[in-house]
Design a protein around this ligand. Structure first.
Ligand code: ADP
Ligand code: MG
Length: 614
């Protein structure tokens, strides 16, 4: 037999490597921006067309490259940032693997123009699918411009895998945000389809945060500074009253590299304990500087995890530093009696500020409705849809009769009247609420346990889907419209989904400058919480955008259902439980939530009997 193993051609090897490093346009953006930063640029321009599908161009005013280096930079494992194995433990640059340009050039058509300050002419290189097409001298200014055209032109599978332009562009902006936040000394300009999207002046960290996140961050930020032998901490946390229900504004950088660390997040979160409700997350923008030898960034090219040598010590220092800052700014409780008192202020004074004494003029106001937004009066629920089938699960009147006949001969007279009464209240089956979380009810074959939160989520989800399909939604107009200022990224997001949100019962209109006015909200949503609700929907929608299964409207319906549904911990009376069960079984799919979680659990009499066997 002949030997069959052969070395892969370089271009194929590069394409495989590219699969690891370049997953979507945003990955190319990240690599190019990082290269420009590593080249000591002070001004970087990012030009995007069609969310990066047709063009990603990064123009910087950094060091530039010699003609030979320009050619070399596209080779795999070609880097100016590492010379030997020891350097691997002393990494101060963002890149070091020498893979990015080779990978990008393997899956796109790339045009590079570059020139160093010492040179009189620059170099232009065109390379497509790892194949060098042109290298020639050219006129250009100091620095480097790399244009990546038709990304994945030779990898259709990758191209087809990309999400909508909105989603891909948001990923790009997320990457830009991470790099721009931690490099305020660099100016940035971003263009999308020839329109200026963002312009960031050079400045300090605080200015950069405010420029990126919105002016209202100016008064939210509390500085954190700490210097010890093993770590230097600097940056800002947001005052506790601005904590969010959802994660998303946690920016932690180690040696100017964005990282995610649940462990260190916990340290910061811990410093906020008692200051924010348990289900909220502190927002922060913190930079850690450590000796590069004490961390391992070499885990995976696209991963944001980092291993620390002194993780425990850093945890403790970080927690104390944040706690001290909160205390210094008299936000955290101290032994001082007065501040202790001031501390009982409600957390969301931001909202309280705008509360003007109101007269509620809602003629249809029904306290029960607010308690449990289950009232779908006039909503086109086909009441008898599945319920017949499901009613088979419940004991019927004759089942009761049989039991009674067998057991209660003496009380015959009495039980008949009793029975008539039950007949009158035919709908109200016997329910029991367990730990304000589960509804337990008897069915023919045993017992059924319903998760109240998930059940309501399902009911609302189907209701919202119906409203979308029928273009029929109801909106509860606010007496005092509320304005909300968002970050530029959230503004993009909200603009994308504004139409759909309004179809779901919101009445929101853009007001310019990242500001929106909320005029109305879907029935069942709380007026006081409407800003939170909107932010939560944006966040859940952002997190869900990678779910292929659902279209955008379904995703919004899911997010909204999740956010305004009855929560665990809410006590329900018998009528409420019954109406919840009825509505659940009128659903297309009462068994699972849209995201696939089981809502109902049945324990059969057999199973129960087994438990009592010896
Ligand atoms: P790495 O960044 O890991 O070294 P890359 O493939 O991203 O690998 O880049 C290869 C090399 O090309 C870099 O080490 C650097 O010397 C050079 N280079 C890339 N982009 C730029 C740029 N914008 N300005 C100057 N040099 C660059
Ligand atoms: Mg690089």
């Amino acid at each position: 037999m002949n030997d069959i193993i052969q070395l892969l051609p370089e271009s194929v090897a590069n394409q495989i490597a590219a699969g690891e490093v370049i997953q979507r346009p945003a990955s190319a953006v990240k690599e190019l921006l990082e290269n420009s930063i590593d080249a000591d640029s002070t001004q970087i321009k990012l030009i995007i067309k069609d969310a990066g599908r047709t063009l990603i161009q990064v123009i910087d005013n950094g060091k530039g490259m010699s003609p030979t280096d320009a050619r070399m930079s596209f080779e795999r494992h070609a880097t100016s940032k590492l010379k030997n194995a020891e350097d691997l433990f002393n990494i101060r640059t963002k890149g070091f693997r020498g893979e990015a340009l080779a990978s990008i050039a393997a899956v796109a058509q790339v045009e590079m123009k570059t020139m160093r300050a010492v040179d009189e002419v620059g170099t232009k290189i065109i390379i497509e699918g790892s194949e060098l097409k042109t290298q020639e001298p050219c006129q250009t200014s100091k620095g480097t411009s790399i244009a990546v055209k038709n990304l994945f032109f030779n990898v259709p599978a990758r191209r087809n895998f990309l999400k909508s332009n909105q989603v891909e562009f948001r990923h790009i902006m997320d990457e830009l945000q991470r790099v721009a936040l931690v490099h305020p000394e660099v100016g940035f300009e971003v263009f999308h389809n020839d329109q200026l999207q963002l312009s960031l002046e050079r400045g300090n960290f605080k200015q950069r945060i405010v420029n990126l996140m919105g002016n209202n961050y100016n008064e939210r930020l509390v500085p954190v500074e700490e210097q010890t032998e093993i770590v230097k901490i600097s940056g800002f946390v947001c005052k506790p009253e601005f904590a969010k229900k959802t994660r998303g504004e946690q920016f932690l950088f180690v040696n100017h590299r964005f990282i995610k660390s649940n462990y260190l997040h916990h340290a910061i979160q811990h410093a906020f304990e008692d200051l924010i409700p348990n289900d909220s997350h502190a927002s922060y923008f913190l930079q850690l500087e450590v000796n590069p030898a004490s961390i391992d960034v070499n885990i995976h090219p696209t991963k944001t995890e980092v291993k620390f040598e002194d993780e425990k010590a850093i945890y403790a220092i970080l927690r104390t530093a944040v706690k001290q800052s909160l205390g210094k700014y008299q936000i955290a409780p101290t032994l001082d009696f007065e501040t202790e008192n001031s501390f009982t202020l409600p957390y969301n004074y931001e909202q309280n500020e705008v509360v003007i004494p109101k007269i509620k003029v809602n003629p249809n106001y029904n306290p029960f409705e607010r308690e449990l937004p289950l009232s779908f009066k006039g909503s086109p629920i086909p009441k008898d849809k599945n319920i017949k089938h499901w009613e088979k699960l419940f004991p019927t009147q004759s089942d009761f009769e049989n039991i009674r006949n067998a057991e209660q001969h003496e009380e015959e007279q009495l039980s008949i009247t009793h029975q008539q009464e039950t007949e009158a209240k035919q709908e109200s089956r016997i329910c029991f609420q367990l730990h304000r979380t589960y509804i337990i009810t008897q069915i023919k074959s045993g017992m059924m346990i319903i998760d109240q939160q998930l059940a309501h989520e399902r009911i609302l989800f189907e209701q919202f889907c119906r409203s979308l399909a029928l273009h029929k939604s109801t909106c509860q107009q606010l007496l005092f419209p509320q304005t909300i200022e968002l970050t530029p990224n959230d503004t993009l997001l909200l603009n994308d989904i504004l139409d759909d949100l309004n179809k779901l019962g919101f009445d929101i209109s853009p007001f310019g400058n990242n500001t929106f006015v909320i005029n109305g909200i879907p029935p069942g949503a709380s007026e006081q919480e409407c800003k939170n609700l909107l932010e939560e929907i944006l966040e859940s929608y952002r997190l869900n955008t990678d779910e292929l299964k659902f279209n955008r409207q379904q995703q919004l319906a899911m997010a909204l259902a999740k956010n305004i549904g009855t929560k665990r911990g809410k006590s329900l009376n018998n009528d409420e439980m019954n109406s919840l069960i009825d509505l659940l079984f009128a659903c297309e799919n009462p068994n699972h939530t849209a995201s696939g979680r089981p809502i109902i659990h049945i324990i059969s009499l057999e199973d129960l009997a087994k438990k009592f066997q010896r």
